[in-house]
Design a protein around this ligand. Structure first.
Ligand code: SF4
Ligand code: SF4
Ligand code: SF4
Length: 400
């Protein structure tokens, strides 16, 4: 492939990825990442793949290729985490994964010898946590997040109403398939010389179709339901946050995250990425009369939502100078602080306004696309061949 043609393949791939609700903006680092992950030929093929899982027959017809040859190429790319192949009702369907959650995570979910993962880790860290292109490409007024925090169920008061899709254990119980992979973020942190002090690397929990994909493609290890539940319990005891796919039904993952390594939590702390749209429906609230000012909650909070304020008071006849205060706009409702508080002061309370997670991945993608101003790209793809301009005009007319 000539130099110019090669360059165009990566440009087309970046533009293709950027049409998804979570895109691939930027002019430099994103290209360095794509060039590490894809050969020019793979980039060219990937740039023509749909976002929606599609059968090999339809794909072959659309791309003008022989189905067997195309399948072989796609399978080889799926082995590298560059293509999603999903078993829907016994039939395999192929799609291009988004950058997040997708290409970036898959690239670090196992140890690989075929690429320089240390360099890749540096690029991913720079792209997500140092440069602004990626985080600032998100509409700050959007209400729908990619993720949502699952409150630690043990911290909830008896009166609290918690729905099934808000409970990590329920989501795990119902999944059908379970897999564990290397935690992308801790793996990146390891290559950056910051090994996680809180938890092991082998912690990324995938569920359902995602678990099936990751185990088939050697990007994760199949585990049983009991092991998945045990992983949840151990990560809770280690003071980690459960962050799940923001859907009510069939979530793809529940991450067990720490404030030190997790890119979601770090991007939130640094840039308020995604605002506080990924909070659970609960928030932490200290009880002044019980707060001994011990600071354990403050040290445990993964997003620095707790400060100690000068507020002299008495607890059991003892004079106390400081009391904990929670910034409700920063609190993501994880419950980690309440688990750490030994004095019954920090409790979880329902938020005044409940957030309802999208019912399915389809609903989340549609809502996010609308909020991120990318719905016309989905429409264009669904209508197969309409120009982006025409689809954009149609969306504009509908929205008026
Ligand atoms: S989001 Fe959390 S568990 Fe998932 S890869 Fe990052 S730190 Fe690991
Ligand atoms: S852990 Fe409990 S007692 Fe200690 S500062 Fe926090 S709220 Fe107060
Ligand atoms: S204050 Fe911090 S630790 Fe406590 S629930 Fe909120 S985000 Fe979690």
């Amino acid at each position: 492939m000539g130099h110019l043609a090669t360059k165009k393949s990566y440009t087309r791939l970046r533009e293709r990825l950027d049409r998804m609700p979570v895109g691939a903006p930027g002019r430099t680092t994103i290209y360095e990442i794509l060039k590490m992950l894809f050969t020019p030929e793979e980039a060219e093929l990937a740039s023509k793949l749909p976002m929606r899982p599609t059968s090999i027959g339809r794909l072959a017809a659309r791309l003008g290729q022989h189905p067997d040859k195309l399948k072989k190429r796609l399978d080889a790319m799926a082995d590298k985490g560059l293509v999603l192949d999903i078993n829907i009702g016994g039939k395999m369907r192929y799609a291009l994964p988004p950058t997040i959650v997708g290409l970036f995570e898959f690239s670090m979910m196992r140890v690989r010898e075929d690429i320089d993962q240390k360099h890749l880790a540096e690029l991913l860290h720079r792209y997500i946590l140092e440069e602004r292109d990626f985080v600032e490409s998100f509409n700050r007024d959007a209400e729908t997040s990619l993720f949502r925090t699952l409150v630690h169920e043990e911290t909830l008061p008896d009166y609290a109403e918690v729905l099934d899709w808000e409970r990590a254990t329920y989501l795990v119980e119902r999944a059908g398939n379970w897999a564990v992979s290397l935690c992308h973020c801790r793996h990146v942190a390891h290559h950056m010389g910051n090994d996680c002090q809180k938890f092991e690397l082998d912690t990324c929990l995938s569920l359902g179709l995602a678990a099936d994909y990751l185990t088939r493609r050697n990007l994760g290890r199949k585990i049983e339901k009991e092991q998945a539940l045990e992983l949840l319990a151990r990560s809770r005891d280690a003071g980690l946050v459960h962050i799940a796919d923001n859907v009510q039904k069939r979530p793809a993952f529940i991450c067990n995250c720490c404030g030190c390594c997790c890119e979601i939590l770090q991007a939130f702390k640094r840039f308020r990425w995604m605002g506080n749209t990924f909070t659970s429906n609960f928030q932490a609230s200290p009880t002044r009369e019980k707060c001994t000012g011990c600071r354990k909650c403050q040290k445990a909070c993964p997003v620095d939502a707790i400060t100690m304020v000068d507020d002299p008071h008495e607890v059991d006849g003892k004079k106390i100078r400081f009391t904990a205060r929670v910034d409700e706009d920063v609190c993501i409702g994880c419950g980690v602080c309440a688990l750490r508080c030994e004095y019954g002061s920090m409790v979880m309370k329902p938020r005044p306004q409940r957030r309802i997670a999208p019912e399915s991945t389809f609903a989340r993608v549609m809502t996010m696309a609308l909020e991120q101003g990318k719905f016309h790209h989905l429409l264009e793809e669904a209508l197969g061949g309409w120009s982006g301009q025409l689809a954009g005009a149609l969306v504009g007319a509908i929205m008026r």
